[in-house]
Design a binder for this molecule. Structure first.
Ligand code: NAP
Ligand code: GDD
Length: 366
């Protein structure tokens, strides 16, 4: 049985990747930070009490700022594959916390690469690189487009990208960079713009709110559906040779488009509710990201199945349900047609259990 170790397992991608790997028969280990409050709602439905038998999903405390525990885990678990998804991942926040972001998002990767090298463990490594690294480079962007980072987050990801490549070349470690464009889902963090919009529209539709304040409405992003993207993370590590891949849809839309589609889904006009608040502007913006993903299409035989408007409907249905409104249901129907039956939790195709159960996870080593 293959063993995987995931950093950032409590995040959007980490939770989907766990479900996908479990469906493939993996034993899945993940690293979570110690918090005084409940920080594993995306994972609760996967937790099985180790006293009840053969457990395939185990959580350990760790922090990307601390290499001792990481070395200990890698050496003792001896994973076949490491998926490094942990990061301070919010671009706007990185302007407020540049040093912290450099430490966790940039040096965090170096710390893990060094643990792998020093432990001598033969494992494959996935680095969660980002389309943000392209920054001001003209769209569409491919694996050969030069980087032009526009935030401390993007600069840290460029450092991590080249660190990963250096360890591949210097120490012959099987390392892949997935250069993923924005991907969203009902599990997306609530302050990223897609989820901020769908939650606000749901609240407004439920009569709980009146306005949605946003920043730059003209920025264009290539938005895809997160569960499809975690499959690519796995696919990269299943290739004969390591490589770096751009993953996106090849279509871009503005923030305004996202708001328009979301409001229209519940029969509202976005212009009646959205106001611009300059507090959400960034000191330097990334205007246009759009993937040229021909390499992934050819070598990984991958292409996205969920379109932009389908993504909006999937997210809207989930957020409407979360505020107690019966959704139009188009998104739920769409999900059932996409061959993603490995998804667990409330956004499972046809699933109905509560999203984000409040059951605590017991950390294996505590
Ligand atoms: P996310 O939801 O923000 O998850 C980030 C994860 O990193 C969380 O589990 C978080 O733990 C963990 N983390 C943060 N600081 C940490 C620390 N000091 N030590 C250990 N863990 C820490 O991000 P995501 O959307 O799943 O994205 C996954 C990865 O892909 C990230 O590296 C992100 O930068 C990158 N990426 C994302 C996208 C996208 O569109 N989603 C696109 C390209 C690249 P807590 O739950 O405790 O905060
Ligand atoms: N968050 C946020 N909040 N963004 C807003 C808002 C707002 O109120 N109003 C407009 N925007 C614009 C931002 O200025 C940006 O141009 C765009 O919406 C998308 O912002 P986010 O959803 O925060 O995502 P991001 O593109 O900055 O970063 C995400 O994608 C990257 C991949 O390109 C994150 O997931 C990164 O971790 C990831 O690497």
């Amino acid at each position: 049985m293959k063993k995987a170790l995931i950093t950032g397992i409590s995040g959007q991608d980490g939770s989907y990747l766990s479900e996908f790997l479990l469906s493939q028969g993996y034993e899945v280990h993940g690293i979570v930070r110690k918090a005084s409050s409940f920080n594993t709602p995306r994972l609760s439905h996967l937790y099985v009490d180790p006293h009840k038998g053969d457990v395939k999903f185990l959580i350990h405390y760790g922090d990307l700022a601390e290499s001792g525990q990481m070395t200990h885990l890698i050496y003792n678990l001896r994973p076949d594959e490491i998926y490094h998804l942990g990061a301070q991942s919010h671009v706007r926040v990185s302007f407020d916390l540049p040093e912290y972001t450099g430490d966790i998002t940039g040096l965090g990767t170096l710390r893990i690469m060094e643990c792998i090298r020093r432990s001598g463990i033969k494992c494959k490594f996935y680095q969660a690189s980002s389309s943000e690294m392209f920054g001001a480079a003209a769209a569409p962007q491919s694996e050969t487009t030069p980087f032009y980072p526009r935030s401390p987050y993007a600069a840290a990801k460029v450092f991590a990208y080249w660190t990963a490549i250096n360890y591949r070349e210097a120490y012959n470690i099987f390392v892949c960079n997935g250069i993923l464009f924005n991907h969203e889902s009902p599990r997306r963090g609530e302050t990223f713009v897609s989820r901020k919009i769908t939650r606000a529209v749901a609240s407004i539709a439920a009569g709980l709110d009146q306005k949605l304040y946003l920043g730059n409405l003209k920025a264009r992003r290539d938005w895809g559906f997160a569960p499809e993207y975690v499959v690519c993370q796995w696919l990269m590590l299943q290739q004969d040779r390591p490589g770096d891949y751009v993953i996106g849809t090849g279509e871009s839309h503005t923030v305004e488009d996202f708001a328009r589609e979301s409001f229209a889904y519940v029969g509202l006009d976005w212009q009646d509710y959205v106001e611009v608040d300059p507090r959400y502007f960034r000191p330097t913006e990334v205007d246009h990201l759009c993937a040229d993903m021909r390499k992934a299409r050819k070598e990984l035989n991958w292409s996205p199945k969920v379109s932009f408007s389908e993504l909006v409907k999937i997210m809207m249905d989930a957020d409407l349900r979360a505020v107690g409104v019966v959704p139009p249901g188009q998104g739920e129907k769409i999900l059932k047609t996409k061959d993603l039956n490995w998804i667990q939790g409330s956004d499972r195709p046809g699933g109905s259990d509560a999203h984000g159960s409040s059951r605590s996870i017991e950390v294996t080593s505590s």
